[in-house]
Design a binder for this molecule. Structure first.
Ligand code: SF4
Ligand code: SF4
Ligand code: SF4
Length: 147
């Protein structure tokens, strides 16, 4: 169970993803209801972010709702960042296979993807792990893992 949880992408404003195990006990689900991007999901074992169709805009609505109506597990004082690892699967990425594509960079607000001569994208340190790039990649080449 824990293995599945730690591989999931945790919510923003969460210092330690293990505290989100307590979310399973929360009956309000207020963060899920207020998220304008509809990326917060919950099953019987965990709460997590799903970047298949959208990314996080760091609006803080989930953390505000958690503090006002739920278990106060999210901390509004934390920076706009998600505790996850991100990588590009070079075998799947069009630009790593010499086909021009920049959907990920176009979607990235912080311009945290570096291309070399319009090819071979790499994720930079400034990446907030917002997931926008994953939601637009046509080949599902961007891989996220919770820490
Ligand atoms: S910060 Fe906003 S967009 Fe991101 S998960 Fe929370 S409610 Fe959704
Ligand atoms: S959007 Fe996907 S396929 Fe296109 S360059 Fe970015 S990672 Fe590669
Ligand atoms: S590279 Fe990082 S900051 Fe840019 S869209 Fe992807 S996850 Fe967001």
């Amino acid at each position: 169970m824990k293995y599945r949880f730690t591989k999931s992408i945790p919510l923003p404003y969460c210092k330690d993803s293990r505290i989100l195990e307590s979310c399973i006990k929360c009956k309000n689900n207020s963060c899920i209801d207020v998220c304008p991007q509809n990326i917060i999901k919950k099953d019987n074992y965990k709460i997590y972010l799903d970047f298949e169709n959208n990314g996080c805009i760091f609006c803080k609505k989930c953390a505000i709702a958690c503090n006002e109506y739920s278990l106060s597990l999210l901390d509004l004082n934390l920076e706009n960042h998600i505790n996850a690892n991100i990588s590009i699967n070079e075998a799947k990425c069009l630009a790593w296979n010499k086909i021009l594509c920049s959907y990920c960079l176009d979607a990235c607000e912080t311009k945290s993807i570096k291309f070399y001569n319009m090819l071979y994208p790499e994720i930079l340190e400034s990446c907030s792990k917002c997931g926008m790039c994953k939601s637009v990649c046509p080949t599902n080449a961007i891989v996220f893992r919770g820490i």
